[in-house]
Design a protein around this ligand. Structure first.
Ligand SMILES: [Zn+2]
Length: 375
């Protein structure tokens, strides 16, 4: 047998017993025998445990040893992103995409990072600019147009389904230990599965597994997919175990009630973990100014969707109808499309929680959500 042999193959051989009695001895230092694959694997674990600094070091070694590994570059991008080193992250993701154009995750990350409104100027207190006046006129025009068309102005073809919470953020937890993040993911997957069977609809999920996505990234994803509708799935909770039933929310500057304000505060509470974006002086957010006007129209449409959904839930689900409400939900605020947030039962209520545990019940919910889109 000829040396050198890498560690992985060595261990494989060892496992098979080939080396027994062959006289080959393990490298004195295992590190010397590490391959790019080993480093990348180690980097992946370090990212999972949020040791981004160490992950960067290890992954740099991985790409040094194998400059053709799109996987290692993708991981390096994630590690840099974890350190908030956005320029480096974009660089690494770009390299991953160059090596593997089918790497949609890295592609998406580049868009997420570069699409973010980096800086924002203090509130403009001058009289409305030419651009603002134009936007206002456009808003009025669109508003009359929308109203004249009655119920909804267009057909929904692209939907983004957002499973609330995930990863370290469990959301609300029921008496028996049922976690909101698990229920929302399961329902979102079922909705996605059902929608995938519909020819006229393209459906996307913001998260496919149990991991955390910052609230702002969820709408960036929806904007990137150019969705016609964004549905964020949640399960409600209250300190009092009595409240039960379903509610549908849409975004508004002001909450429609104290209770709506409380729900939004809970759903927004995870924001404290998201890193704020550094603002560069001198930046004028033109798009933001225009969007400010556009947004009102989306919210109006969202209200119509919300009513339609709550009506579906009232007739199709064995949950008490708690109506349609509005509040300032961060996850809905920057969506460039109508967006709604569903609170499908109370995990804090014993009977609702019992139902939410059942597969059949989740399937029933998924069916009702899909019907709301197709109508
Ligand atoms: Zn929630």
């Amino acid at each position: 047998m000829n040396l050198p042999i890498d560690r992985r193959s060595f261990l494989n051989l060892l496992a098979k017993g080939v080396l027994a009695g062959s006289g080959i001895w393990l490298c004195p230092s295992l590190a010397l025998c590490k391959t790019a694959f080993d480093y990348a694997l180690e980097g992946q674990d370090l990212i999972a445990s949020k040791s981004y600094e160490k992950a960067v070091n290890v992954l740099q070694e991985a790409v040094r040893l194998d400059s053709k590994s799109d996987w290692a570059y993708g991981l390096l991008g994630r590690a840099y992103y974890g350190l908030n080193k956005k320029a480096e992250a974009v660089d690494a993701f770009r390299q991953a995409v160059r090596l593997n154009p089918g790497d949609t995750y890295s592609r998406m990350m580049i868009d997420i990072i570069t699409q973010k409104p980096i800086p924002k100027l203090k509130k403009l207190k001058q009289p409305p600019t030419h651009l603002e006046r134009e936007a206002e006129a456009e808003e009025k025009r669109m508003s009359t147009q929308l109203q004249s068309k009655g119920e909804l102005a267009y057909q929904v073809n692209r939907v983004v389904i957002d499973a609330g919470h995930g990863g370290f953020d469990s959301g609300a937890v029921g008496l028996s230990g049922l976690k909101e993040k698990d229920v929302t993911l399961d329902i979102a997957r079922r909705v996605h599965e059902r929608l995938s069977r519909e020819r006229s609809i393209k459906s996307f999920l913001t998260r496919m597994d149990d991991y955390y996505i910052p609230l702002s990234d969820r709408t960036v994803i929806a904007n990137q997919y150019q969705a016609d509708l964004f549905i964020s799935i949640h399960i409600n909770a209250n300190e009092n175990r009595k409240p039960h039933g379903s509610e549908t929310y849409f975004c508004a500057g002001k909450a429609s009630s104290k209770e709506a304000e409380r729900v939004a505060a809970f759903e927004n509470s995870v924001l404290k973990y998201d890193k704020p974006y550094k603002k560069k002086p001198g930046y004028i957010d033109i798009e933001g100014i225009l969007f400010h006007f556009e947004r009102k129209l989306y919210w109006e449409e969202s209200g119509k969707f919300a009513k339609r959904y709550q009506e579906r839930f009232r007739t199709e689900l064995p949950l008490k109808n708690r109506g349609v409400h509005s509040a300032n939900f961060f996850v809905l605020r920057t969506a460039k499309m109508p967006s709604i947030l569903l609170e499908l039962g109370f995990i804090s209520n014993q009977e609702d929680e019992r139902m939410l545990r059942q597969r059949e019940f989740r399937e029933k919910i998924a069916k009702a959500v899909v019907k709301g889109i197709l109508l």
